[in-house]
Design a protein around this ligand. Structure first.
Ligand code: NOJ
Length: 478
């Protein structure tokens, strides 16, 4: 399968490239920047939602599954983007949001029976805090996220056929597959029973109020796999990567029909070799991991881990076996925007969504107008400045994309000094020092690349000059 070891680049369309000066990115803008992605060497792009939406959750509230929001362009722009991507050997993946629509989707008014209603709310919680129920016309509708995102009832056959129709629509237009949003919320307990109190940890971070409950009824209903089969039926062998918010030990029913699931244990691990190791060990116990370390919902690598460690994190992301998702901007070490912003997203995620920075101009080359969110220090962090600098993060990412093609299947975790994460992929090994102190390299042989100056004892920096953050890829190990 083409995606087995693919690097899939996440484009947040609103923030990638504006082509018409309105300060918001769009599809023609993405097309204009495809050469960057081809040069970088990724295999595919995943576009966060491009569908018509009132943008309460920036497109994750879909008002029409078979059109493009005018702010992003038109269907013709999508077709043109797919064709231009294809010319460069790139595939285009979309984001499908099957669990809820926008409150402005025509179904919500015309077909209320396609949603989940109750006379009285139970104790289920919205992912964004507070009850998952809002009152309308004397009854309550369920929303696992914002109130503007009513949950669909996947036990209603019209929901299934409507969604299948939408899924086919984009595959026929050339999409190579989907990232499937919030799929663990697809089906809930049909009796709407309260979630009982938690008796054991969930295994991934939750809000305090969510952590008090065992989230057994509000998600992951036993008939989920049957619904997933209908999604699979619609897309044939196109790629389906699930946003399954569960520890990997509980992925099994999802992977019956999806190709891969995001490895949230690793995404949430702190920068500590032993925790990273445990997450990799747990996740690779079975196939199906899609690696991701940052996206439009979580903090960027540089901000979470620091600039040097961010390079090491990227090294890890791109040397684990299986598909990897690289968030736009991480290839230049872009950081979060100013903290605490809630100008647009009530859940406070604006800061992970600042525009891509192409050059050192005030708007970073993103727009000729006023960007919807300002650039983050574009003079220091931009593509143009890093392109010809062999020590740059951009050069590191590009080199890693070449190097990863040499790595053998599977991964063997290695013993190493405290604070060092080490693993082997066939003849190559990766060593990552999270300790912040000098550590002996865990393996004999020549390091062909390092990423943190002085973090590991430096060996031979063949093909790669300049300071890299971490020890990488010794060869000729005995
Ligand atoms: C996950 C998406 O990544 C996030 O941005 C969105 O708010 C929720 N799902 C709801 O669709």
């Amino acid at each position: 399968m083409w995606w087995q070891d693919a690097v899939i680049y996440q484009v947040y369309p609103r923030s990638f490239q504006d082509s018409d000066g309105d300060g918001i990115g769009d599809l023609p803008g993405i097309e204009r920047r495809l050469d960057h992605l081809a040069w970088l060497g990724v295999d595919a792009v995943w576009l966060s939602p491009i569908y018509p939406s009132p943008m309460h959750d920036f497109g994750y509230d879909v008002a029409d599954y078979k059109a493009v929001d005018p702010v992003f362009g038109s269907l013709a722009d999508f077709d043109s983007l797919v064709a231009a991507a294809r010319e460069r050997g790139l595939r285009v993946l979309l984001d499908v949001v099957p669990c809820h629509t926008s409150i402005e989707h025509p179904w919500f008014g015309a077909h209320p029976e396609r949603y989940i209603w109750a006379d009285e709310p139970n104790n289920w919680l919205s992912a964004f805090g507070g009850p998952a129920w809002s009152r309308l016309n004397g009854r309550y509708y369920l929303h696992s996220f914002y109130p503007e995102q009513p949950d669909l009832d996947w036990r209603n056959p019209d929901v299934v056929t409507g969604m299948q129709d939408a899924l086919r629509f984009w595959i026929e237009r050339g999409a190579a597959g989907y990232r499937v949003d919030a799929i663990d919320r697809l089906l809930k307990d049909p009796e709407l029973r309260d979630d009982p109190p938690a008796s054991e940890p969930f295994g991934l971070p939750l809000s305090d109020e969510e952590a008090r409950l065992a989230l057994t009824h509000s998600r992951n209903a036993p008939d989920t796999a049957a619904a997933l089969a209908r999604i699979r039926e619609a897309v044939g062998d196109s790629l389906l990567v699930g946003e399954v918010y569960l520890p990997s030990a509980k992925w099994q029913p999802y992977l019956e029909h999806l190709d891969a699931a995001f490895a949230f244990e690793l995404l949430h691990a702190p920068w500590d070799a032993s925790v990273l190791r445990a997450a990799i060990e747990a996740t690779t116990r079975r196939p199906g991991a899609a690696w991701v370390l940052s996206n439009h919902d979580f903090g960027r690598l540089v901000t979470r881990f620091g600039a040097e460690n961010a390079r090491s994190a990227t090294l890890m992301l791109l040397t684990l076996p299986g598909p990897a998702f690289l968030y736009q901007g991480d290839e230049i070490g872009l950081g979060d925007g100013p903290g605490g912003e809630r100008r647009f997203d009530r859940a406070g995620r604006d800061r992970y969504r600042h525009p891509m920075q192409w050059d050192g101009s005030p708007a970073g080359g993103f727009t000729t107008g006023e960007p919807w969110l300002p650039a983050v220090d574009p003079e220091r962090t931009n593509v143009e400045a890093q392109r010809d600098d062999p020590g740059s993060t951009l050069a590191l990412v590009r080199d890693l994309l070449t190097l990863r093609r040499l790595l053998a299947d599977g991964v063997e975790l290695l013993d190493a000094a405290p604070g060092v994460l080490a693993y082997r992929r066939g003849e190559h090994a990766v060593a990552i020092n999270t300790s912040g102190e000098e550590r002996p390299a865990p393996l004999s042989g020549d390091l062909v690349l390092e990423t943190a100056p002085g973090a590991l004892r430096r060996r031979v920096l063949a093909a790669h000059s300049g300071a890299v953050t971490m020890g990488l890829l010794p060869t000729g190990m005995g």
